[in-house]
Structures are given as C-alpha cells and as structure tokens.
Design a protein around this ligand. Structure first.
Ligand code: 13P
Length: 291
C-alpha cells in the first residue's frame, strides 16, 4: 500500500476536495518526523527533496531510507524530486526509485520547456510507476538553486497550460498563480485563485486527468489554503517553514543547553518541532483520516 506515485494520491484528493501536503526535507530526522505525524493522523504524504539535498545525501541513500520507512507504513507515501532543472539528474532519481519527478524547465522558452518536460515524462513512464510534475509560468522567490525575481514572475496562461499538458503528457501540473517560494513580504499576498480555478476547469472539468500543484506554501494564510483547494489545488508544497523550524529548534535547544553534548537530544528537539509544524499543515490541507 505504501509506496505510491504522486498522481494516484492526488486524484483521490482532488475528487474529495482536500490536498496532500508535500514537505521538503533535508535530513533523516526531518523525514522520520514528517512520516510519524502523517501516520498518526492517517494522512497520505509526499516527501520532497530539493536537488541540493538529494546530491548531498545521495539519491540511493535517500531512496533506501524512503523504501525502508514507506514499505512498513500504513499510509501511502510518495518520494518527490523538487524543481530539478537537470534532465540527467531527473533520470537518475527515477532510476533510483523516486516516485514523482519534477522537471522544472519553466525558465526556458515555451517550446524548450515542452521539449525538456516531454523527455523526462517519456523516460519516467518507461521506467515504471513514476508520475511527473512540470511547471508553466514562473514562481518568484528562492527554491534551492532556482532564483526568480518579482519582475521575472509570469503567471500561467490557462489555454497554454492545457496545450502544455497535452503536448508533454504530464501527470501533475504546477501553474504559476502568484504564490511565491520563501517568506511572503505581505500578510495578504496577491494570489490569482480564479486563474487556478480556470485551469482546473479546462483540464479536469469532467474527470480529474492532471491534478494541480500549489507551490509556495510557507506563510499562506489558512483561508487562502482552503480557497486554493476549492479551486483545484491537490498538492501543497511546504519547504521554507520546515527549514526554519529545523534551524530554530536546533539553535534554541543548543543555546539553552550549552554545556550538554548529546546530539540525540538536539535531534529530539528538531523532531518534536517538525512534527508540530507538519501536523498543523495536515490539519489545514484537510488530509487527516484520508489514508
Ligand atoms: P515554500 O518554501 O514557500 O514553502 O515553497 C515550497 C515549494 O513550493 C517547494 O517546491
């Protein structure tokens, strides 16, 4: 039951109007904490790694840990490669056992985005039970090695989005709708909910064919999240909040126990803080009890 690709859990989510939380992790403590809380809340789960951590920790090591944890978990869990601009690394992760791959050629001209995305889709579908995510338009902010300034931000055109998905054969789709990576500068960020709704209506009007992904979860107000799900968002990505939670928990623990040299206690502090943060996200996206 437990090793799944992203599309299969997202189709169910889109039908039942909730989203699956997709959490970027950078180490084993975070990965276990995310899984623990998803199991406790009976929620489907997407674990994500950005490219840098996947290279630093090693793709094979990450997949081995994922499989070990997921195979015995009573919930469906997907391992997703996030925002990868390198086709060869996408293929390497697919070969190793990631179950969702995001090729991010969104900064390329439209035809080149199609060419690169289709190459990864064709490859992953040949390898096996792997779904592929692609992006059209650009999400502002910083995610791993990708930086997009506010001036460069371009929202996805709904008609072009349909053509993009048809020509590439994508399984799940991330349209740029104004959400941003990192911390929002304002309490009420400008998000184009109607654009997401329009894309969803064109793409998934009769049956859910290509579930939609919302990037830039950190800092989105709860009412935005509910509205994004109502408009068709079925995967909600959260990265910056978990990085901050990890660093803050480590810092606070060490600052309060400066004479102690017990790494396990630092890990426990991180684990508890991540569990709390992820539990709150699972509540917000409405996926508790859906596994
Ligand atoms: P945040 O870093 O804003 O949470 O965005 C995460 C994301 O979209 C990863 O793909």
């Amino acid at each position: 039951m437990s090793i799944v690709n992203a599309k299969e859990i997202m189709v169910k989510a889109a039908k039942e109007k909730y989203a699956v939380g997709a959490f970027n992790i950078t180490d084993l403590v975070q990965m276990e904490a995310v899984v623990d809380v998803a199991i406790a809340m009976k929620s489907p789960l997407i674990i994500q790694t950005s490219v840098k951590p996947s290279k630093f920790l090693g793709v094979d090591v990450l997949v081995a840990i994922y499989r070990t944890i997921a195979e015995k978990a009573p919930i469906p869990i997907c391992l997703h490669l996030d925002h990868c601009t390198e086709i060869e690394h996408c293929k390497k992760c697919a070969d190793a056992g990631y179950t969702n791959i995001m090729i991010d050629a969104s900064k390329q001209p439209y035809e080149e985005n199609i060419r690169q995305t289709k190459e990864v889709v064709d490859y992953c579908h040949k390898v096996g039970n792997i779904s592929v995510e692609g992006e059209l338009g650009t999400v502002s902010g910083v995610e791993d090695q990708i930086k997009v300034s506010e001036d460069e931000t371009q929202l996805a055109n709904p008609q072009q989005a349909v053509e993009f998905v048809e020509r590439t054969g994508l399984d799940i789709f991330a349209p740029a709708i104004g959400t941003a990576h990192g911390v929002y500068k304002t309490k009420n960020p400008k998000v184009d909910f109607e654009r997401l709704g329009k894309i969803n209506q064109l793409m998934n009007g009769k049956t859910i064919k290509t579930p939609l992904v919302v990037h830039g979860g950190t800092g989105l107000p709860e009412d935005y999240i509910k509205k994004l799900i109502e408009m068709g968002g079925a995967k909600l990505n959260v990265s910056t909040e978990l990085k901050r939670t990890l660093i803050d928990a480590e810092y606070e623990y060490i600052a309060a126990h400066r004479e102690e040299y017990d790494p396990g206690k630092v890990d426990e502090a991180v684990r508890d803080a991540i569990r709390k943060a992820v539990g709150h996200w699972i509540d917000m996206v409405g996926s508790a009890g859906k596994a």
